[in-house]
Design a protein around this ligand. Structure first.
Ligand SMILES: [Zn+2]
Length: 397
C-alpha cells in the first residue's frame, strides 16, 4: 500500500478531529525540532554562490575525515561531468556535505538556509537537511498569506508537517533509500526560509509535533488553493485506490476566492503543441480540432476525468490532468484546474475558451475554504476534520 505508512514513534492520539471538538493546542515540547527533512532545492540553479556563517565543516563521501574551516568559507558551486566544485575545492565525485559547526546558516545566493547543505554531483542536486519544525516555518508563508486567521494557519501547518513526515517515512522505507523527501516547489510544498516571520514560529510552535493519521497511519495530506465547490477524489486525480480521508467533500466556503471561477483562451496551435508527443506516440494523425469536451465519471461531478478531443479525422480521450500539465508546459496562461465546466470554440480566430473553477489539483485541504471556515468561527480541528474526513490528530514528537 503506497499511501499509508506505519509510524512507530507515534504516541497515542492526542485528540479526535471531530466537528465541534475542542482545540487541543500542542504544548511546545522540550525543544524537539523533529527529524531532519531532506529538501531538494529544485529552484536553486547552479552555478551559485555558497557561503557558510562561522566555522564550518565539509565532508566528502569516500574521502575519510571531515575538513574543518575556522573562518566562514565561501565559493561558487559548479556541477560538471558528475563532479562538483566549491570555489577552489574539488572537483569531487562523491557527495559533499557542508555545515556550520556553530549552528550558523548557509547562504545560497541571497537566501540563508538552516541545517546542512548536501551537493549531489551524480544528479546535480542541492539538498537542504533541516529539522522538521524549522522547515515548516519556511513553508507556512510561502504557502499562505500571513494575515490569514490563526486557525487556518494551524491547519495548514499540521497538513504540511504530515505531508513531509509521510514522505520522509516513505524514503526511509524505500529500497536503497531515496535522496530527498520533498522539493522546495509547489510539486511538494513551497519552502522559502527567507520568508519566515515571527508569526510563523508561533504557529509552528503551537502545533509542534502534531500530525494527522487515518486508522493509525500517516497519509499524504494534499492541499491546494481553491477547490471550486467540491474537493477532488484522490482515486480520480492520481489513480490512488479509493481512500476516504481523500475521497472528496463539498466545500461551500471558497466561492469568494480569486480563482473560484476562471476562463482561459488558448489558441488551437498551442493545444496541438501540447498534444503533439502523445498523439504521435499513440499513432493518431491529429486533424483540425473541432471540439473539446470534458468527460466526467459521474454526471454533475465537478472534476473532469478525461477530455475528449474531436478532430476532423476522429476523436480520442486524454486524462484531464495529463492535458492540464501538457498545456501548462506550452501556454502562458495555464489551466488552473480540471474542474472544467465547458470548452467553447471560436472559429473566427481558432481559439478555445476553457471555463472552469478552482485552482490546483483539488485534493485534500482547500486553502481558501479553510480561510473562510476560520472566519466563520471554526477551529483548526474542524477545518482538518472537514477536508480530511475520518482523520485523527496525533503527536509525532
Ligand atoms: Zn473549496
Amino acid at each position: 500500500m503506497r499511501r499509508a505508512i506505519g509510524l512507530a514513534i507515534l504516541a497515542v492520539a492526542a485528540s479526535s478531529c471531530a466537528r465541534g471538538g475542542r482545540e487541543h493546542l500542542g504544548r511546545q515540547g522540550p525543544g524537539s525540532a523533529g527529524p531532519e527533512v531532506r529538501v531538494w532545492l529544485r529552484q536553486v540553479a547552479a552555478p551559485f554562490d555558497l557561503s557558510v556563517e562561522g566555522p564550518a565543516e565539509i565532508v566528502v563521501e569516500g574521502e575519510g575525515a571531515a575538513t574543518q574551516f575556522e573562518e566562514s568559507p565561501t565559493g561558487r558551486v559548479t556541477f560538471a561531468q558528475e563532479r562538483v566544485a566549491w570555489g577552489t575545492r574539488g572537483p569531487f565525485r562523491g557527495r559533499v556535505r557542508i555545515r556550520s559547526t556553530q549552528g550558523g546558516t548557509i547562504r545560497i545566493n541571497s537566501v540563508e538556509y538552516p541545517g546542512t547543505i548536501e551537493l549531489r554531483p551524480d544528479a546535480g542536486r542541492v539538498i537542504n537537511g533541516v529539522p522538521m519544525e524549522r522547515y515548516l516555518a519556511g513553508v507556512l508563508f510561502a504557502e499562505m498569506f500571513s494575515d490569514w486567521p490563526d486557525a487556518t494557519l494551524r491547519a495548514q501547518t499540521i497538513a504540511s508537517r504530515t505531508f513531509a513526515l509521510y514522505r520522509l517515512k516513505r524514503r526511509e522505507q524505500a529500497e536503497g533509500g531515496g535522496s530527498y523527501d520533498v522539493d522546495d516547489s509547489d510539486r511538494s510544498q513551497v519552502y522559502r526560509p527567507d520568508r519566515i516571520l515571527p508569526k510563523a514560529w508561533r504557529i509552528v510552535g503551537e502545533t509542534a509535533g502534531l500530525v494527522l493519521t487515518f486508522r493509525g497511519q500517516l497519509f499524504e495530506t494534499f492541499f491546494h488553493s481553491t477547490c471550486g465547490g467540491h474537493t477532488a477524489p484522490a482515486d480520480q486525480v492520481f489513480a490512488y485506490p479509493p481512500f476516504s480521508a481523500l475521497g472528496g467533500v463539498a466545500c461551500p466556503y471558497c466561492g469568494d476566492a480569486p480563482h473560484a471561477t476562471w476562463r482561459n483562451v488558448i489558441h488551437e496551435t498551442l493545444i496541438r503543441k501540447a498534444l503533439d508527443r502523445r498523439t504521435r506516440e499513440a499513432g493518431i494523425a491529429l486533424g483540425r480540432i473541432e471540439s473539446i469536451e470534458p468527460v466526467r465519471r459521474e454526471a454533475g461531478a465537478l472534476y473532469a476525468d478525461y477530455i475528449r478531443i474531436v478532430h476532423e479525422r476522429g476523436s480520442f480521450e486524454i486524462k484531464a490532468e495529463v492535458l492540464r500539465a501538457a498545456l501548462n508546459g506550452v501556454a502562458q496562461d495555464p489551466l488552473k484546474s480540471v474542474a472544467i465546466d465547458e470548452v467553447r470554440r471560436t472559429s473566427s480566430d481558432d481559439t478555445f475558451t476553457f471555463i472552469g473553477r478552482g485552482w490546483g489539483h483539488g485534493l485534500g485541504l482547500c486553502q481558501y475554504g479553510a480561510r473562510e471556515m476560520a472566519r466563520r468561527g471554526h477551529s483548526y480541528l474542524e477545518i482538518l476534520s472537514h477536508y480530511y474526513p475520518g482523520a485523527t490528530l496525533a503527536r509525532a514528537w
